[in-house]
Design a protein around this ligand. Structure first.
Ligand code: SF4
Length: 189
C-alpha cells in the first residue's frame, strides 16, 4: 500500500534523489514540531497544510490494550498468618510476593479458576467474596475473584508457599494488585 502510494509520487528515474529530497525537507522545513509551510515546495499540494492540522503530525499510533484476563486469588489465613508465595524471577511482577492465584487467562470461567486453588488440609469450602478485584497492567486489564478460607493452626503450607505473619506484610514485596486482593479478602463481607 505505502509502496504503491510512493510510486505515484516519485519519478520513474532518480528515485534516490527523490528520497534524499524528502529527507532534506523533513530535516529542514517539514519538522515535527513547527513545519515552515510558507517556505515549503509542497505548499500547494499538502493536504495537512490545507486542513490546517500540519502541526499534529507525525501522530503516534494509539496504545493497544490487551484483552481482559480473568482469574481467582486465594486468601488463606492460619490464625494471624497469611499464605503467600514468591513469583518466578522472570516475567510479570518477577520475584514479587503474592497470594496463590489461578492462571490469568482471557478465556477462563470461575469453575476452572477455583479448581486451581492451593491444596490444604482443613478447608471444607472456599468462601467467595462479593465483587471482584480489578487491576490494569500496561498491556492487559485483570479481573480477579477472591476466595478466602481459614485453616487450623497445624495446617502446613503447600509446596512453593509459606506462612507470613500479617504484621510483617508491609515488609513483603507485594505489588499493588496483591495489596488490593489481600485488602478485599480480609475485609468484611
Ligand atoms: S506544507 Fe505540508 S509538507 Fe510542507 S512544511 Fe507544511 S506540513 Fe510539511
Amino acid at each position: 500500500m505505502i509502496r504503491q502510494l510512493a510510486t505515484t509520487l516519485l519519478g520513474a528515474t532518480r528515485a534516490g534523489d527523490s528520497a534524499q529530497a524528502l529527507m532534506d525537507l523533513g530535516a529542514s522545513i517539514c519538522t515535527p514540531n513547527k513545519p515552515a509551510c510558507s517556505l515549503c515546495p509542497l505548499y500547494d499540494d499538502c493536504a495537512a497544510r490545507a486542513r490546517g492540522d500540519q502541526a499534529t503530525f507525525p501522530r503516534k499510533a494509539p496504545k493497544k490494550t490487551g484483552a481482559l484476563r480473568r482469574g481467582a486469588a486465594f486468601v488463606v489465613t492460619r490464625g494471624d498468618e497469611l499464605l503467600v508465595r514468591t513469583r518466578p524471577d522472570k516475567g510479570l511482577l518477577g520475584g514479587m510476593t503474592e497470594v496463590p492465584t489461578s492462571g490469568w487467562l482471557a478465556a477462563q470461567d470461575d469453575k476452572t479458576a477455583l479448581q486451581q486453588a492451593p491444596m490444604l488440609k482443613g478447608i471444607a469450602r472456599w468462601h467467595r467474596k462479593a465483587g471482584v478485584v480489578t487491576h490494569v497492567f500496561t498491556h492487559f486489564p485483570l479481573e480477579l475473584v477472591v476466595y478466602t478460607a481459614n485453616v487450623p493452626a497445624r495446617a502446613r503450607a503447600p509446596e512453593g508457599t509459606r506462612w507470613v505473619p500479617m504484621a510483617t506484610l508491609p515488609g513483603e514485596a507485594l505489588p499493588n494488585v496483591m495489596r488490593k486482593v489481600i485488602a478485599h479478602g480480609l475485609g468484611e463481607g
